[in-house]
Every structure is written in structure tokens, then in C-alpha cells.
Design a protein around this ligand. Structure first.
Ligand SMILES: Nc1nc2c(c(=O)[nH]1)N=C([C@H](O)[C@H](O)COP(=O)(O)OP(=O)(O)OP(=O)(O)O)CN2
Ligand SMILES: [Zn+2]
Length: 121
């Protein structure tokens, strides 16, 4: 039996999007309450009844969230242009070595806008 487990996280951060035309509103500093969904997929261990403890996802995310929360994203190495697309790819590179079966990362930037990334570089 295969299953997907999903864990949600939130952080607040400031950003500017420096590659946009200077009259675009997102070149001004502003902030978002980001929501991140991390999905892993795998075989359910029949002895225990789970793919693996979803606390593993929290453990992998902890140092990343400590860095991201209340940060100015553009100052973080690799996030100089912090679109949600690049943020998802950045997160993937950090999480994939730690989370077997990483299947999908979704980053919600506003209540109506999000990016879904499946590791397709
Ligand atoms: N493809 C992307 N488009 C946009 C991104 C992005 O990362 N990838 N980012 C932004 C800005 O971060 C912007 O601050 C988002 O806020 P806003 O435009 O207000 O978003 P809404 O969902 O509220 O959009 P409205 O349709 O204007 O209500 C912009 N685009
Ligand atoms: Zn923004």
C-alpha cells in the first residue's frame, strides 16, 4: 500500500522582487504570511502503519523555518529573487536529501496564490 503524507508550516517574511520593472508594486519591500505544504510519498510499513513519522518532516523543516521566519528573504543565499517558484526549488534542494519520497512542495504566498513544485529542475 502506498500513501502520501502532508505537513503544513507557516512563516512570515519580507521580500522584494528585484527583476520586475521598477513600476511593479512587488519591487517595493512588502511581506507575506507564507504557508508551506510538504508532501512525501511511500510504502506504508505494515508493522507500524505509516510511511514514516511525519515528525521527521518537522525536524527537517525546523532549521529552515528558523532562518526564514521574520527574515528579509532576499538576504538569504539562494533567495536573492524570492519568487514562490524559486522559493519552492530552494526548499526542495534542502529537503530532498533528508526526506525520502519527497513528492511535492506547495508554497502559498497569499490566500489566493500558490506554487506547486515536484522537483522538476
Ligand atoms: N508567478 C508569480 N507571480 C507572482 C509572484 C511570484 O512569486 N510568482 N509574487 C508576487 C508578489 O510576491 C506579490 O506580492 C503577491 O501579492 P499580490 O500580487 O497582492 O497577490 P494576490 O494573490 O493578492 O494578487 P491579486 O490578484 O492582485 O489579488 C506577484 N506575482
Ligand atoms: Zn510578494
Amino acid at each position: 500500500m502506498r500513501a502520501r503524507i502532508i505537513k503544513d508550516f507557516r512563516f512570515e517574511a519580507a521580500q522584494t522582487l528585484p527583476t520586475l520593472p521598477s513600476d511593479h508594486k512587488c519591487t517595493k519591500m512588502h511581506g507575506h504570511s507564507f504557508k508551506v505544504e510538504i508532501t512525501v510519498e511511500g510504502e506504508v510499513d505494515p508493522k507500524i502503519g505509516w510511511v514514516y513519522d511525519h515528525a521527521e518532516i518537522s525536524r527537517a523543516m525546523k532549521p529552515i523555518l528558523d532562518r526564514l521566519d521574520h527574515s528579509y528573504l532576499n538576504e538569504i543565499e539562494g533567495l536573492e529573487n524570492p519568487t514562490i517558484e524559486y522559493m519552492a526549488a530552494w526548499l526542495w534542494k534542502k529537503l530532498a536529501p533528508q526526506l525520502p519520497g519527497l513528492a511535492e512542495i506547495t508554497i502559498h504566498e497569499t490566500p489566493s496564490a500558490r506554487c506547486v513544485f515536484r522537483g522538476e529542475f
